[in-house]
Design a protein around this ligand. Structure first.
Ligand code: GAL
Length: 656
């Protein structure tokens, strides 16, 4: 297994390199990521390359059995780039260029920047193509959407629209520019939107898509070179989990595998549902296992810092990712830097460079994982539940929330967290992904729902699948126009409901809900209420508040040989989602291997004839878990059918 740290030899005197490599080797590390911010060291002046220091650093590491992934260093530009080519700096909406000296503030349409990026990528690729220690590449660092408002970006956006729509008339049609008489007669009239609250929703959605595509194109320029020059080395990128500015499916397409940067330790202690969900998305991007390219090694922070990892937590954070499909594990960073913006972003070692508690915990974790690797290799998460994760719906919701405080991904978390509590693995996947391997599909706020996609979901249900969907599903088409239909549109038949009216609920007056049967109890609806009229669906919960009394809050219907569930409000109680998901899972014929006690997450990896169960204690109190008969402990001890987990403890079992 590839295990190690993000390491910056260029930050440290050469005299330290040997000791560092020795300490890494003693920790059980075999992999480092290097050079992703080292452009000024690799190309100190335009066209003059210097790889000697990196060769030397690799040689020292090599003597200790450590291999490397190299980052293309384009996330921070050297001073000479900005001095010689000021247009490489992104432009703010007010027409001012950003100031050099931060990072990720380049303009992606700057021809100079694209050329310089290709040149350093090619130079590195040619130098390291046959290097025995270089196993592969990380493109850039954490692509995000750095918006730029320069004239080149605007012209390029117009070109992108031309390629997408073909004619100005088609664009007018798609965006509905008859509204406020915003019709275009030439491409050159299309603006860069600078006010997300007022511009045309179609323009906003396409501008977001374009910004995402720009990053993907920039990466593709590098990937093309790396594939051509270094066909035997792998290519990845360090994604940011639930980062919301890019279409990560697109960004993942050109890569061999996805990596991601996971920093779940910050404020109060809480169950890291998002670290679980983000991992499931990272695995879902290519539907294959991923690497952790950076993860918590100590307190983080640039100005103020967060809390430290408690004893056992550093290991637990790492093993949670392995449990969700990580096949590589790189801690950020090796040693806390003494200078620069990230002086407080702590590494495994402190400023002093002395191995301490965090180093020793990483060492024990590395050794444990090397021991487990023969069992882990070839396994992945065997999910039969999918959550549809759709960037168009997320973005369109960001531009038009429908109701105050509506946060697309946080709403999705209510369902995803319930699956974690139920002990059932899930994949977060693209809404057009093949659904045939899944029994249950959860689609919260599938706001943008083109007809073909709705028809596929309906067919999935009729063929025996279980669908759970919610408010704000099926509202818009792919151009962000509202469908001219009664909601939930093409899903009305399978869901057995009609929604002629709906409303945002004022914050101070939530709606009281009473459930019965499968959803027993009283609950609270907030934010929004669909006025659901069942046309065949069974009512699982209804409103007891005033004017909402005639309507359902949650329903389900048998359709074909499947089931279709609908929730029309934001219920605040976790217990609602637990009961709802239990019903959906029952309908789908999915049983968890075990139902974990509160605070414990259970995950499975399976394949190559093996089934491995991970038990992760996310709380700072001990927990007891009853394990399935015949299970054998690979990590931890089974006593009388129970595993005792210490605070932040982890056990790994092999199922019979
Ligand atoms: C990541 C980034 C690293 C480092 C780290 C801590 O997002 O990739 O370079 O900045 O955060 O701030």
């Amino acid at each position: 297994m590839h295990i190690g740290a993000d390491y910056y030899p260029e930050h440290w005197p050469r005299e330290t390199w040997e000791t560092t490599a020795q300490q890494m080797q003693e920790a059980g590390f075999n992999t480092v990521r290097l050079a992703e911010f080292a452009w000024a060291f690799l190309e100190p002046e335009e066209g003059r390359f210097d790889f000697r220091w990196l060769d030397d650093a690799l040689a020292v590491l090599g003597r200790h059995g450590i291999r490397a992934l190299l980052g293309t260093p384009t996330a921070t530009m050297p001073a000479w780039v900005a001095r010689k080519y000021p247009e490489t700096l992104a432009m703010k909406p007010n027409g001012q260029r950003t100031t050099w000296g931060v990072r990720k503030n380049n303009c992606f349409t700057s021809g100079a920047y694209r050329l310089l990026s290709e040149r350093i990528t090619r130079a590195m690729a040619e130098h390291y193509r046959d290097h025995p220690q270089v196993i592969g590449w990380q493109t850039d660092n954490e692509f995000g959407n750095n918006p730029c408002s320069c004239g080149t970006c605007r012209a390029d956006f117009q070109d992108w629209l031309r390629a997408r729509y073909g004619s100005v008339e088609a664009l007018n049609q798609a965006w509905g520019t008859h509204f406020w008489s915003h019709r275009f007669s030439e491409w050159a009239e299309v603006p860069i939107p600078d006010d997300n609250g007022s511009h045309n929703p179609g323009l906003l959605l396409d501008w977001q898509r374009y910004g995402s595509w720009l990053n993907v194109r920039f990466q593709a320029d590098q990937v093309r070179i790396l594939r051509q020059v270094c066909p035997r080395q792998v290519i990845t990128h360090n994604f940011m989990g639930y980062h919301q500015d890019l279409d990560y499916y697109d960004l993942a397409r050109d890569l061999d595998f996805v990596s991601w940067d996971n920093y779940p330790v910050w404020g109060a202690l809480e169950i890291p549902y998002d670290a679980a969900g983000a991992a499931d998305l990272m695995r879902g991007l290519k539907r294959r296992n991923f690497w952790i390219m950076e993860t918590t090694a100590g307190p983080g922070g640039w100005g103020e810092m967060g809390r430290n990892v408690r004893p056992g937590e550093l290991r637990k954070v790492a093993l949670q990712q392995v449990a969700h499909g990580a096949d590589g594990l790189i801690w950020f960073r090796w040693r806390t830097c003494t200078v620069g913006r990230e002086q407080y972003w702590h590494g495994l070692l402190g400023h002093d460079g002395l191995p301490g508690r965090r180093y020793r915990e990483a060492q024990a974790t590395a050794q444990e994982l090397h021991r487990l690797w023969p069992e882990l290799e070839g396994t992945t998460v065997p999910a039969r539940v999918a959550i549809l994760y759709d960037y168009d719906s997320l973005w369109a919701t960001r531009f038009q929330k429908s109701f105050p405080d509506n946060h697309w991904q946080q709403y999705l978390r209510r369902f995803q967290a319930a699956l974690v509590r139920a002990g059932v693995p899930c994949d977060l996947i693209h809404p057009d992904q093949d659904l045939s391997g899944y029994r249950l599909v959860v689609a919260p706020q599938l706001f943008v729902l083109p007809d073909a996609r709705a028809q596929r979901l309906a067919a999935f249900v009729r063929a025996g699948g279980v669908l759970l969907t919610t408010l704000r599903t099926g509202v818009k088409d792919e151009y962000s126009r509202c469908h001219a239909r009664t909601l939930p549109g093409l899903l009305s038949d399978v869901l057995g409901i009609r929604i002629e009216e709906y409303e945002a609920l004022p914050g101070a007056t939530p709606a009281a809900i009473q459930g019965s049967g499968l959803l027993p109890g009283a609950f609270t609806g907030t934010g929004f209420a669909d006025w659901i009229q069942p046309t065949g669906a069974e009512v699982l919960a209804g409103y007891t508040t005033a004017h909402l009394r005639p309507y359902a809050a949650a329903t389900r219907q048998r359709a074909g040989s499947g089931w279709a569930y609908y929730v029309g409000t934001v219920v605040t109680e976790d217990g609602f989602y637990d009961a709802l998901l239990r019903s959906c899972l029952d309908a789908a014929g999915i049983q968890p291997v075990l139902i974990p006690p509160a605070g414990v997450e259970v995950c499975e990896r399976a394949g190559a004839g093996r089934r491995l169960l991970f038990l992760l204690n996310h709380v700072e109190e001990p927990r007891q878990v009853a394990v399935p008969a015949g299970a054998r402990a690979l990590v931890g001890t089974i006593t009388q059918g129970q595993v005792a987990l210490e605070p932040f403890g982890v056990a790994v079992l092999r199922l019979a």
